[in-house]
Design a protein around this ligand. Structure first.
Ligand code: GRF
Length: 211
């Protein structure tokens, strides 16, 4: 039986596309049952529509509280039987309300290296030097501004703390002196697309071990 996936998006949806393609190629035994967006008319929704996946813009302005929005989003996924929720460029912080419906089953793609121990604020780079951990939506910019020689991408479990959940899989990526936010982010995204199906497989194996 294939894994039922729910996906939350806010923008381009290149990671959603990578997932659609990897399922199509049978690299991942999964089915995307629903895609929800907090932004209207974004490329990610068009990608879902094109692939025949049920999708919807859930307008935050129609909800009085973050919790009521998250409750509605969670119900949409639950009624379609989603077992794992993927945040694929979802630019909104989820409340514990949402997470409580999918314990240990919400994963995020972060465009920087995160430490194995979520409490750490420093990470050892492949060249042996250490770097601050870059969390939040400006992680690519932060890495460039800090002048570190490596960045990367991480697929991790989502917890209450932003970008501080257990790591499933990660990959370091070299930063070059002439890198811009665009060039570095593009190289990071290429790797995200490869890492994402692998991260989901790691999650599935861990789940089997726990059950
Ligand atoms: C990705 O780079 C991911 O790391 C970050 O948001 C970006 C989303 O890109 N969380 P896309 O919408 O999947 O193209």
């Amino acid at each position: 039986m294939s894994l039922k996936l729910g996906v939350l998006v806010s923008g381009e949806g290149s990671n959603l596309q990578a997932l659609i393609d990897s399922i199509k190629k049978n690299e991942l035994s999964a089915k995307i049952v629903f895609v929800a967006s907090n932004k209207p008319e974004i490329p990610a929704l068009k990608r879902a529509e094109k692939a025949g996946i049920p999708c919807q813009f859930l307008n935050p302005a129609e909800f009085f509280t973050r919790e009521s929005y998250d409750e509605a989003a969670a119900q949409e996924f639950l009624k379609r039987g989603a077992q794992l929720i993927l945040l694929a460029g979802f630019m909104r912080i989820l409340s514990t309300k949402f997470l409580s419906y999918f314990p240990g089953a919400v994963i995020n793609i972060h465009p920087a290296l995160l430490p194995d121990n979520p409490e750490e604020n420093e990470i050892i780079l492949p060249d042996g030097t250490t770097s601050k951990v870059f969390r939040g939506s400006s992680a690519v910019k932060q890495a460039l501004e800090a002048g570190t020689s490596w960045s990367g991408c991480t697929i991790h479990l989502v917890t209450e703390k932003v970008d501080a959940g257990p790591v499933l899989i990660k990959k370091p990526i070299k930063i070059y002196p002439d890198d811009t936010i665009f060039s570095l982010h593009s190289r990071i995204q290429e790797q995200e697309h490869i890492l994402l199906p692998l991260g989901i497989q790691v999650w599935m194996k861990k789940r089997l071990t726990i059950c």
